[in-house]
Design a protein around this ligand. Structure first.
Ligand code: A3D
Length: 317
């Protein structure tokens, strides 16, 4: 087991995604103190007690603190924000804009007040607009406010590729860029199995079908669960980003980053490959895009800007 760092990680929202994030982070000894905060009284405290009792079996050294008081989150190094409603069948992520937008505004206020140097990973949907809103409310440098989506969407694509090819999923690398929604942009050109292009192993129509299933990957799970959305893979993806930041591992991961001219876009958050380290987004990597992907990135930017406009119309930002 890795040694423990004297760091404070706060997970906001002790629901399915948040509590799974806190447990995964503890299992990985990611931070000496892991704070789990929720508005529901007793829930984060109960979950924290349960998790701390699992430490005796698992042997992790992180201490989990459950709370309803934002003061307990002060001076955190990193936040993973999962507070907000998930989708139910028939809902698009954008249907959550108003209710989750108000929650993100509240959460931003306590982060700004008590942890002005923190890095913030946003998970709450609709992801691209919620991360834009978080940044606007925090006023932090953009490299310290990042959205989680690309790691999850790429992991979903990887799983479908592994299933279709029979390859071990650990050997599969996939990449999905753009918005976290129907307009996301799977990048078959960057999908490989131990360096071998998936496009060289699988007919194009099968690759297209896997890319399409990836775009609908969240809705497929919502349809099966009926009462909420996915949480295991979303939590794994969020903790992978947190791990790269807290351990300064400088992993190249697709995440929602603020673009300042990269890929030809200015002033919006979008899923792009980025190096994550102790400073947050340390570099955005402008991989070459084929014409098809360029057109898809334009379309995805349009969808993101529509949601940002909807937030302005709601007076959220
Ligand atoms: P759920 O299990 O309902 O948990 C949400 C928790 O947030 C609940 O316990 C609420 O009490 C809590 N909460 C509400 N307001 C606040 C607040 N102001 N401060 C602290 N806690 C609060 O949902 P979930 O865990 O399944 O999903 C959480 C969010 O993540 C939803 O918006 C999902 O849509 C989103 N999500 C995003 C992805 C992405 O890939 C971006 C994947 C999965 C889920």
């Amino acid at each position: 087991m890795s040694s423990i760092q004297p760091k404070k990680l706060t997970v906001v929202g002790a629901g399915y995604v948040g509590s799974t994030c806190a447990h995964l982070a503890a299992l990985k000894n990611l931070a000496s103190e892991i704070v789990l905060i929720d508005v529901v009284e007793g829930r984060p405290q109960g979950i924290a007690l349960d998790m701390n009792q699992s430490a005796a079996v698992e042997g992790f050294g992180s201490r989990v603190v459950g709370t309803n008081d934002p003061v307990d989150t002060y001076e955190s190094d990193l936040f993973i924000v999962t507070a907000g409603r998930p989708r139910t069948p028939g809902m698009s992520r954008s249907d959550l804009l108003e209710v989750n937008g108000r929650i993100v505004c509240d959460v931003a206020e306590s982060i700004r007040r008590g942890s002005p140097d923190a890095i913030v990973i946003v998970v709450t949907n609709p992801l691209d607009s919620m991360v834009s809103l978080m940044r606007a409310k925090l006023g932090f440098p953009a490299q310290r406010v990042i959205g989680m989506a690309g790691v999850l969407d790429s992991a979903r694509f990887s799983w479908f590729i592994a299933e279709a090819t029979g390859a071990g999923v650990a050997d599969v690398d996939a990449m999905v860029l753009g918005a976290h929604g129907d307009s996301m942009v799977p990048m078959p050109q960057y999908c490989t199995i131990n360096g071998v292009q998936v496009a060289d192993l699988v007919p194009q129509d099968e690759v297209d079908a896997m890319a399409d299933r990836t775009k609908k990957g969240g809705a497929e799970i919502v349809g099966l669960l009926k009462t909420g959305s996915a949480w295991y893979a979303p939590a794994s993806a969020s903790v992978a980003m947190a791990e790269s930041i807290l351990n300064d591992a400088k992993r190249l991961l697709p995440c929602a980053c603020f673009l300042n001219g990269q890929f030809g876009f200015e002033g919006l958050y979008m899923g792009v490959p980025a190096v994550l380290g102790r400073e947050g987004v340390e570099r955005i990597v402008e991989v070459p895009l084929r014409t098809e992907a360029r057109v898809a990135m334009q379309k995805t930017a349009g969808a993101i800007l529509d949601d940002v406009q909807a937030m302005r119309d709601l007076d959220l930002m």
